[in-house]
Ligand binder design. Structure first.
Ligand SMILES: Cc1cc2nc3c(=O)[nH]c(=O)nc-3n(C[C@H](O)[C@H](O)[C@H](O)COP(=O)(O)O)c2cc1C
Length: 199
């Protein structure tokens, strides 16, 4: 399940339609998306995250702000996102910039997570080196023993990011490599233009 906010802009409406198609087809991890960021030396890196919400504001996912992606995004907010649904023969490519969601939205999301996920997010310094996974699970167990559930609050380093698209491409596989590509670009006047691209 993902949250669906107000969606009225054409490319967002199209993304939502495909997500709903993927969800109703019960595709595994239908809301998984690859997000690429770039480090200070212009080295791109990418990883899968799960889309949590779509609205006219953008595409929302949850992560650790101190992770590799979090640090890269802090220095360079330009990102690229990619979805692919094999069964639908569809790909969606998004380019844009990223912002942190409001503290309130991040709190609400964090508080909706199961207890062990919340504690794991508090204990795990995502993307830092660790000596063993046993240590990590021990630390989680100790934290659970020593803290009452009501005292568990979202740590500052965990929260939601919003990808705010400025380009969206829809790719549909067709026979004989005549794939269809429709690209939307957000123009300077804040209106979307669209063009067909050669496959
Ligand atoms: C199916 C799948 C879903 C994932 N969902 C998330 C997610 O929503 N948020 C997240 O931070 N990491 C998620 N991960 C883990 C990331 O791919 C990645 O390992 C982690 O965020 C650290 O990335 P970084 O070191 O580049 O920051 C997911 C991985 C997979 C395979």
């Amino acid at each position: 399940m993902i949250e669906k906010g107000k969606v009225s802009q054409e490319p967002f409406v199209e993304i939502l339609k495909i997500l709903e198609e993927a969800e109703s087809a019960n595709l595994v991890d239908w809301n998984a998306m690859n997000i690429a960021s770039v480090d200070q030396k212009n080295q791109p890196s990418s990883r899968i995250v799960l889309l949590k919400k779509i609205s006219d504001e953008g595409l929302v996912f949850y992560t650790n702000y101190n992770s590799r992606k979090g640090k890269e995004i802090e220095l360079n907010p330009k990102v690229a996102v990619n979805f692919w649904w094999r069964e639908l023969k569809k790909q969606v490519r998004v380019e844009g910039i990223i912002e942190k969601a409001s503290e309130e939205d991040s709190d609400n999301y964090f508080n909706s997570r199961p207890l062990k996920s919340r504690v794991s997010a508090i204990i795990s310094n995502q993307s830092s080196t660790i000596s063993s996974y046993k240590d990590l699970t021990n630390q989680i167990d100790i934290y659970l023993d020593q803290n009452d559930e009501s005292s568990i609050k979202r740590p500052d380093h965990c929260g939601l990011f919003i990808v705010i698209p400025n380009a969206v491409e829809f790719w549909q596989e067709r026979d004989n490599r005549t794939h269809e590509r429709l690209k939307y670009i957000l123009e300077d006047n804040q209106k979307w233009s669209s063009h067909l691209l050669s496959p």
